[in-house]
Design a protein around this ligand. Structure first.
Ligand code: DGL
Length: 271
């Protein structure tokens, strides 16, 4: 048993999809979340910058004596190999768990991946899926505009603009026959209802945040590191900038008001 917190970070608020899943699957766990809202998006930056940001985010979370660290960010999980391999705590990224789930889910062996430009350019999902099923065909598409839609709360199903952008992005995946799509950026599960309705009901969507949360559950169980059952599970949220509508966005993404629980960290003071 171990009641130390799970540290979860993302470039912004998209990683709350992983937090939501952890809260549901592991209600006794304490969570420290860091969203780098001052520097989102990461996905259009160079690999060097993503490594640097990831290293700082990890160092920030390590101050809380976390028992496990999760990069709830497809971009960091795909690109920041050095920063994440140096983590001394057990570490979970989103690429492996989501690739495993997709390889299991596909019926025709064609898997689509939606991600940031950095994620798609890294080839992380195709490399991981090739290890599990070398016959699978992986088709990737960079969807940079979707991060902005989520960070601005444009995620309602009736949002015509969001729907049109998604249609434009996923048409090539559908044309190549993808029967499974990895929402390879933790912002994208928040757009899942629109993506599902554009892709059609037969297409299986893989939620990276949920798969990472399942992996965390597996790791904690295997290492006997779960929080005691009597622990009520507290979450603390830190952001590097109070962007104008961040509490409204967080409320939509998590389904409850956390404005009183969010602490602003000045980027310069946070380490
Ligand atoms: N949520 C992040 C990801 O999973 C990225 C969005 C970004 O910062 O570009 O890739």
């Amino acid at each position: 048993m171990d009641s130390r917190p799970i540290g979860i970070f993302d470039s912004g608020l998209g990683g709350l999809s992983a937090v939501k899943a952890v809260l549901e699957l592991l209600p006794n766990e304490n969570i420290v979340y860091f969203g780098d809202t001052a520097r989102v998006p990461y996905g259009s930056r160079s690999n060097e910058t993503i490594e640097k940001f990831a290293k700082e985010d990890i160092a920030f979370l390590q101050q809380f004596d976390c028992k496990l660290i999760m990069a709830a960010c497809g971009t960091v999980s795909s690109v920041a190999k050095k920063a994440t391999s140096e983590i001394k705590e057990p570490f979970i990224g989103v690429v492996k768990p989501a690739s495993n789930a997709a390889a299991k889910a596909t019926r025709n062996g064609v898997i689509g991946v939606m991600g940031t430009s950095a994620t798609i350019n890294s080839g992380s999902y195709s490399n991981e899926i090739a290890k599990i099923n070398p016959q699978a065909k992986v088709v990737g598409v960079s969807c940079p505009l979707l991060v902005t839609l989520v960070e601005n709360n444009w995620i309602d199903e009736d949002n015509y603009i969001a729907r049109e952008i998604i249609k434009r992005y996923i048409t090539p995946l559908m044309e190549q026959g993808a029967d499974t799509i990895i929402l390879g950026c933790t912002h994208f599960p928040h757009l899942a209802p629109i993506i599902q309705s554009v892709a059609g009901d037969d297409v299986v969507l893989i939620d990276t945040g949920l798969e990472a949360a399942r992996e965390a559950q597996r790791v904690l169980r295997a290492q006997d590191m779960e929080s005691p059952a009597e622990n009520s599970g507290e979450a603390h949220y830190y952001v590097s900038d109070k962007t104008q509508n961040f509490s409204a966005v967080a409320q939509t993404l998590l389904g409850r008001d956390i404005s009183g629980e969010i602490t602003f960290m000045n980027v310069k003071d946070r380490l």
